[in-house]
Design a protein around this ligand. Structure first.
Ligand SMILES: [Zn+2]
Length: 66
């Protein structure tokens, strides 16, 4: 049993039942998590093809304006 990092409900998964790299879903919030380590059981959120790279994006279109 592990606690969902997103909504903190219990996800019914055992370290014995999963391998590293396996994806488990939280039944409560529907988020997907990848198993990072099984001992201790640790999950990381899987962003579904969604990366937060846009925030650092600055205007590159007019580089060298001086
Ligand atoms: Zn959840």
């Amino acid at each position: 049993m592990v606690v969902c990092p997103e909504c903190e409900s219990d996800i019914d998964v055992d370290a014995d039942e999963v391998d590293e790299g396996e994806i488990v879903s939280c039944p409560e919030c529907g988020s997907d998590f990848e198993v990072v380590t099984t001992e201790p059981l640790e999950l990381t959120k899987v962003e579904d093809e969604y990366e937060e790279e846009e925030e650092e994006e600055e205007e590159e279109d007019e580089d060298g304006d001086y």
